[in-house]
Design a protein around this ligand. Structure first.
Ligand SMILES: CC(=O)SCCNC(=O)CCNC(=O)[C@H](O)C(C)(C)COP(=O)(O)OP(=O)(O)OC[C@H]1O[C@@H](n2cnc3c(N)ncnc32)[C@H](O)[C@@H]1OP(=O)(O)O
Ligand SMILES: O=C([O-])CC(=O)C(=O)O
Length: 382
């Protein structure tokens, strides 16, 4: 066993989890047994977070209490906001600003001294993190526009409140519902790279702020959460190019460029979340500008069928359609990956608590391929 090399831990089973399950051949995703389609259409993000953290869908009283407790935690300490402003003024990327601010939030955590195996306390901390991330991100956006942050709206849910704090205006129902759905779709996805990162950190019995900060770091890369921003940038590059979008993709292919938003370690068919986001993108396009939706569908058709990617099991992932959805909601492009983090934080927290409850330090092996028996030579004689 120790001699088998599994680069990228591909196909390696390292944990048991009751949180989410993916059937990569059927294109099926469930959270605690509920199909993602049902949750996206019927639940709110708050209900899904409750489901992930507490094991069942909340009844009305449970949801009201949970929502109120999240809403009460939305305010962020002035010191953290001051740092967020400094980061915005310095031109920091929003994902990096979120990483720094999330780490700083722990200094203002009222239960900072709680034992790491006090899982109720960890979930309360997780609630504070989940409630404050949207406030941090919206404040960052306001500061870099030279404006003051907008205070959280006590009567709006997490999704609508984020859009409100970003723009100062209450979103319409379509925007609020679409964004809420997007958050549900991104909340959890098995042992993806950022969740695994959080779990590795959690397996040392480190605190949840460290685990979430690590998750944000892992999510930022272009092979993972960073792909949603890349998709939109590709669509804009196509829009500005003299080539039509099929020719552009053909040329990119010849240059060996990978199209972001395609391919997945687990799915061999179209990601079920991409299907839902495609529908939302179409709906938003019918209400406004349709070129982004048209680009994505034509590119999907071209790559999947004419370039044969579908046959090779390379299909659109969740990031392929989220970019055009967020663009149509008026969200700045470099906020797309932070929004992914805003949602996925709930999944990281759920996995860390689940894993720590039956913890085993995560510590794999590497095969040494360096030299043996080197003769040490002192610095003066080298
Ligand atoms: C939320 C998420 O994290 S979803 C993923 C977001 N990331 C992206 O969208 C970035 C683009 N996609 C990729 O880079 C990859 O598909 C990954 C990293 C997501 C998954 O990759 P892996 O499981 O490691 O697959 P790997 O990179 O080995 O690719 C397997 C084959 O598919 C091809 N392939 C993978 N992605 C793409 C793509 N976007 N476009 C064209 N071909 C691709 C590879 O060239 C390779 O082909 P080959 O076997 O002929 O060499
Ligand atoms: O599961 C993965 O490898 C990538 C991921 O986070 C997702 O698709 O949501």
């Amino acid at each position: 066993m120790a001699d088998d090399l599994n680069k990228g831990l591909e196909g390696v089973l390292v944990a048991e989890s009751e949180l989410s399950s993916i059937d990569g051949d059927a294109g099926r995703l469930i959270y605690r047994g509920y199909p993602i389609e049902d949750l996206a259409r019927g639940a709110s993000y708050e209900e899904v977070v409750y489901l992930l953290w507490h094991g069942h869908l909340p009844d009305e009283d449970e949801l009201a209490t949970f929502t109120e407790s999240l809403n009460e935690e939305r305010t962020v300490d002035e010191d953290v906001l001051e740092t967020v402003k400094q980061l915005a003024d310095a031109g920091e990327q929003p994902m990096a600003a979120l990483r720094t601010a999330t780490s700083m939030l722990s200094a203002y955590e009222p239960e900072g001294d709680a034992d790491p195996d006090d899982f109720d306390a960890t979930l309360r901390k997780g609630r504070r993190i989940t409630a404050k991330i949207p406030t941090v991100l919206a404040a960052f956006e306001r500061y870099r526009l030279g404006e003051e942050p907008v205070d959280p709206h006590p009567d709006l849910g997490l999704a609508a409140n984020f859009l409100y704090m970003l723009t100062g205006e209450e979103p319409d129902d379509l925007a609020a519902e679409t964004f809420d759905q997007a958050l549900i779709l991104h909340a959890d996805h098995g042992l993806n790279a950022s969740t695994f990162t959080s779990m590795v950190i959690g397996s040392t019995m480190a605190d949840i702020y460290s685990a979430v900060t690590g998750g944000i770091s892992a999510l930022s890369g272009p092979l993972h959460g960073g792909a949603n921003q890349d998709v939109m940038e590709v669509l804009m590059e196509i829009d500005e190019s003299d080539l039509d979008h099929r020719e552009w993709v053909e040329q990119a292919n010849e240059e060996g460029r990978r199209i972001p938003g395609f391919g997945h370690r687990v799915y061999n068919v179209k990601d079920p979340r991409a299907k839902i986001l495609e529908e939302r993108s179409e709906e938003l396009a019918a209400d406004g500008e349709d070129k982004w939706y048209n680009y994505t569908t034509t590119i999907e058709q071209y790559l999947s069928e004419e370039q044969g990617l579908a046959e090779k099991g390379i299909a659109p992932n969740v990031d392929f359609y989220s970019g055009s959805v967020y663009y149509q909601l008026g969200i700045p492009i470099d906020m797309y990956t932070p929004i992914f983090a805003m949602s996925r934080a709930s999944g990281w927290i759920a996995h860390v608590v689940e894993y720590q409850d039956d913890n085993r330090l995560i510590r794999p092996l590497s095969r040494y391929t360096g030299p043996e028996d080197q003769e040490f030579v002192s610095l003066e004689e080298r």
